[in-house]
Design a protein around this ligand. Sequence first.
Ligand code: NI
Length: 211
Amino acid sequence: MPSRPSYLLIGALLTALVAIALISWTAWEMSRPVPVVQFGGVRSVAVAPSVQIGGPFTLTDHTGQTVTDEAWRGKFMLIYFGYGFCPDVCPTELQIMSSALDVLEDDAERIQPLFITVDPERDTVEFMADYVSNFHPSMIGLTGQTAAIQAAAAAYRVYFKKVEDDSSAEYLVDHTSFVYLMGPDGKFLTMFRAGAEPQDMARTVASYMGQ
Ligand code: NI
């Protein structure tokens, strides 16, 4: 049976662990770029009207053409920021977007799905062309100079940061994972948390298209 000082030591260690966990959680919470409120059972997110999301961008599409956000005025845009080397979250989100578009059938023609890289160093035009072909046929991949990517990410309040890993030659990129729905006027409508059900995403998009 442990002596009394051991109990004290264990108690102190537990307290320290809880304190570290609390501080980490608080830091993580505070680093989240957008105040969000979840409504209903759908994983789409209501954002305070004072919070501006979206804005103009000039990037290069996966065929090498320079494009701006105005190219898709008149269409809804479903936008996701991520990177091709992402092991799990990004491919899952792009698959969810693609499945939601499949659920919408013919209405999907009114929506432009866009994948904007936060890792332009590795996600070149050639890479993007190959990568987006794994997802919905109408999906367009966008890359560009670092400054242009930073400007686009800032407009959408997307946080991203390269994470070096000593155990690997490749690096990861820590990044915000929301899917943004923008209206035919280019204005923000709503956004979806990572892991939304394609059916829910399709239903929410359809409700905005019906308005
Ligand atoms: Ni990712």
